[in-house]
Design a protein around this ligand. Structure first.
Ligand code: ATP
Length: 324
């Protein structure tokens, strides 16, 4: 390995910069020349590729977003697009690629690898934390902290006015952010796509909370909950329980930004380093992750196919702790 390319792809996540820095510095430490590929697969197709020095990644460990920028690239879905990407890999003499992103990014890498034999290592970077083969994805912990900070503030105002708040958090297909942040803020209820939402049961719980003199009620709703988002659920609640003063907050994209937490910075640093080491050991087509505190290696195929499951103990915990 003499030259390694690194890119960030799909949805951005806080801590991606820390991972890029770790890839670059580990390369330099091992006498490998690191190259930044800008805007994910788009940059690979367009040849937007530049050598990175150690100074290029100074002062970025604490920055959210990604200095390499990110993109969703339709052209990479086509064989011709992937051929252009391969031509550029050859043009820049890249011996291996580190891809930081989510399951879409790894699906693209897997397909690319079947056509062109270039070693690819993935680093899980997605606030959704839904990838199989790692306990945590880069960005998840920071997103959780952002949600908790915001909902604590909502709790203050909700308590002052005896209000019920429906707070929508990110998670189109997965309830990881909703579940952990819900436990962290002491939510009265948590609605996730993985379990059926029974409106009658929810209303019974909220009415019961009210009789127990709760001054405020917070329901955390994952955006992908099958009943609909927070607006839809609030509408149902307003119709069926007009006695509640119901408000809605959709946290949206603030969950993607901000300075990464200590946990995300350390995780990203470990995984960036592990990805380069994996390439040096001749590994390919795998995602590096952390399982039970140790670095783990999961084939792309598995990481994509088997989605991580919500922890049942945490679901039970949320129910027990919000019980009157
Ligand atoms: P997040 O989980 O944050 O959304 P992601 O990596 O899953 O991140 P996607 O937009 O799904 O984000 O995928 C990123 C890019 O990977 C796509 O824009 C596309 O270029 C490439 N990609 C995804 N799926 C495929 C596929 N089936 N074939 C080829 N390329 C793909």
């Amino acid at each position: 390995m003499k030259k390694i390319g690194v890119f960030t792809s799909g949805g951005d996540a806080p801590g991606m910069n820390a991972a890029v820095r770790a890839v670059v510095r580990t390369c330099i430490y091992n006498n490998i020349v690191p190259f930044g590929i800008f805007e994910g697969y788009k940059g690979l197709i367009e040849g937007d590729i530049k050598e990175l020095s150690s100074r290029d990644v100074s002062n970025i460990i604490q920055r959210g977003g990604t200095i390499l920028r990110s993109a969703r690239c339709k052209e990479f879905h086509e064989k011709e697009g992937r051929q252009k990407a391969f031509d550029n890999i050859q043009k820049f003499n890249l011996d291996g690629i580190v891809a930081i992103g989510g399951d879409g990014t790894f699906t693209g890498a897997k397909i690319f690898n079947e056509e062109h034999n270039i070693p690819f290592i993935g680093i899980p970077g997605t606030i959704d934390n839904d990838l199989f083969g790692t306990d945590y994805c880069i960005g998840y912990d920071t997103a959780l902290n952002t949600v908790i900070e915001a909902v604590d503030k909502i709790r203050d105002t909700a308590s002052s006015h005896n209000r019920l708040f429906m707070v929508e958090v990110m998670g189109r297909d997965a309830g990881f952010i909703a579940l952990r942040s819900g436990i962290g803020v002491g939510a009265e209820a948590i609605l996730v796509p993985e379990t059926p939402t029974l409106i009658e049961k929810l209303l019974e719980k909220l009415r019961n909370d009210r009789t127990q003199h709760k001054q405020s009620m917070i329901v955390i709703v994952a955006e992908g909950d099958e009943t609909g988002g927070a607006l839809k659920i609030a509408e149902l609640v307003k119709n069926l329980c007009p006695e509640f003063d119901t408000k809605v907050t959709i946290l949206g994209h603030i969950q993607r930004g901000g300075s990464p937490s200590a946990l995300d910075r350390v995780l990203a640093s470990r995984l960036g380093n592990a990805a380069v080491n994996a390439l040096l050991e001749g590994k390919t087509n795998i995602m590096v992750g952390v399982l039970h505190r140790d670095v783990s290696y999961t084939p792309f195929e598995k990481a994509i196919k088997h989605h991580q499951k919500l922890n049942k103990d945490l679901l039970n915990l949320a129910e027990v702790l919000s019980y009157n």
